[in-house]
Design a protein around this ligand. Structure first.
Ligand code: ASP
Length: 440
């Protein structure tokens, strides 16, 4: 028998109707025995997620204001789900305890975690699965970092004799039992942790899109779904702003080599996207994805013979470090060094940094170029293909876009290009067109 861990996002569990779809999905495959729910999400545009309602309710409690109305509205969301499913089940006692803990100022993390906790209880009752409180199986260190190895042991032991279970997403606890959450969207991490502990065959992550898209649908209309992507490719794209999973969710399953399948609760028959460690499967297109971010500044430092000056780079970089500015990219030439930084971080300290560089290395010239966007073109298939960079250039040239910088990562997995902010959308569209639409 296989073991599948299935995680459902907030929109998949926002209403009784969505719960029913989730129930059908789980019952359709006997291997789907370990379920990680998010808190109820938005039911329609403009609706509020239960997690946000909880933060808001707790803020009132913490400020000593009356929060009865707010907590009742949250309770109503669950009552609607429970009655819509026709369950003989009540959360009255849980809500009483939550009220008391809010009054006793149990903390924001505790408050936010109740969304998953309560949804987990409802789902466990609906499925007839065991409920496991994540505070008893997911541990954090005192400094707030996730205790990966300890958790893995504890979780594996707890699940050893378990037929099936619902384990709420998003939170765990410190050694003394105080609840701590991951950052927003953290239920994805819980799913990954459970998959690792179980040595699962597959981690299915159910959401409201049919997989990871080649690029941002706000820029390109109806982009293709990526069938298969490696963890590393996904990291590169996520770093550049593409999102489908919480960034940290990759690490636990990656350690165990477990594939992730992104699936759509509203279209369960769509194959979705497989995220894997490695694959011999040829990608459908030369590139796997395109992602990018706006708002960078390029600081270019020129000095003849800089290469022979030992410590030159270090001296320049330490000026950025002293000013707490993180460096995004560093394409360099022979007598020139270029440092790309976030514009908003840089501008505050601009003159201090420039004079710092002047003093540190006495360059021939320093120039700054603002309003740049970086675009990452990522794909494991690029290594075998000749002319990928050439095609990117010609796509940009056809669209009359000036490419200000190009940097091929040493992994040959990505090419980073710099264009001006205003050309950003058009640049992505033209790269998409040449690789995906014309399918060359
Ligand atoms: N409910 C939490 C959030 O809204 C965690 C999650 O959904 O993954 O961020």
């Amino acid at each position: 028998m296989m073991r599948k861990v299935v995680k459902f996002g907030g929109s998949s569990l926002a209403s009784a109707e969505q719960f029913q779809k989730v129930g059908d999905i789980i019952r359709a495959d006997v291997d789907r025995r370990f379920v990680i729910p998010s808190a109820p999400g938005r039911r329609f545009d403009g609706d509020t997620k239960v997690t946000d309602m909880l933060y808001d309710c707790y803020a009132a409690a913490e400020a000593g204001r009356d929060f009865e109305k707010k907590i009742e509205t949250i309770h109503d969301r669950y009552r609607d789900i429970i009655s819509g499913l026709g369950l003989d089940f009540s959360l009255d006692e849980d809500f009483q305890i939550i009220r008391e803990n809010f009054q006793a100022k149990a903390g924001r993390d505790y408050a936010a975690s109740r969304g998953e906790y309560l949804n987990g209880k409802v789902l466990a009752n609906y499925l007839g699965y065991e409920f496991i409180d994540s505070a008893t199986v997911i541990l954090f260190e005192e400094d707030g970092t996730f205790a990966a190895d300890e958790t893995n042991k504890l979780m594996a032991k707890r699940l050893e004799s378990c037929e099936n279970a619902v384990i709420p997403g998003f939170y765990g606890a410190y050694a003394d039992g105080r609840v701590k959450t991951f950052s927003r969207g953290g239920s994805d991490i819980t799913g990954s942790i459970v998959a690792r502990a179980l040595q699962a065959d597959l981690y299915e992550n159910w959401t409201d899109v049919s997989g990871f898209l080649v690029t941002d649908p706000h820029i390109v209309e109806n982009p293709e779904v990526v069938e298969m992507i490696t963890y590393r490719e996904l990291r590169e794209l996520a770093y550049m702003g593409a999102s489908v999973l919480h960034e940290e969710a990759i690490f636990p399953v990656r350690k165990a080599g477990i594939p992730i399948n992104i699936k759509n609760t509203n279209h369960p028959d769509d194959p979705g996207t497989m995220i894997v460690a490695t694959t011999s499967k040829k990608p459908r297109f030369t590139i796997t994805g395109i992602a990018g971010k706006k708002g960078f500044v390029a600081v270019t430092v020129d000095k003849d013979m800089m290469n022979s000056e030992i410590g030159f780079c270090r001296k320049v970089l330490s000026v950025f470090e002293e000013n707490q500015i993180s460096i995004e990219h560093m394409p360099s030439g022979i007598d020139t060094m270029c440092i790309l930084v976030h514009q908003d971080e840089f501008q505050e300290h601009e003159q201090v940094v420039l004079s710092g560089i002047q003093r540190a290395v006495n360059p021939d010239s320093i120039s700054v170029e603002p309003d740049l966007a970086l675009i990452a073109v990522v794909g494991r298939g690029m290594r075998q293909m000749r002319g990928t960079a050439g095609r990117i250039f010609s796509a940009l040239a056809h669209a009359k876009i000036n490419c200000r910088m190009i940097d091929q990562g040493s992994s040959e997995l990505n090419i980073i290009i710099g264009v001006s902010n205003e050309d950003f959308d058009r640049a992505i569209q033209s790269i998409y067109d040449i690789f995906i639409l014309t399918q060359l």
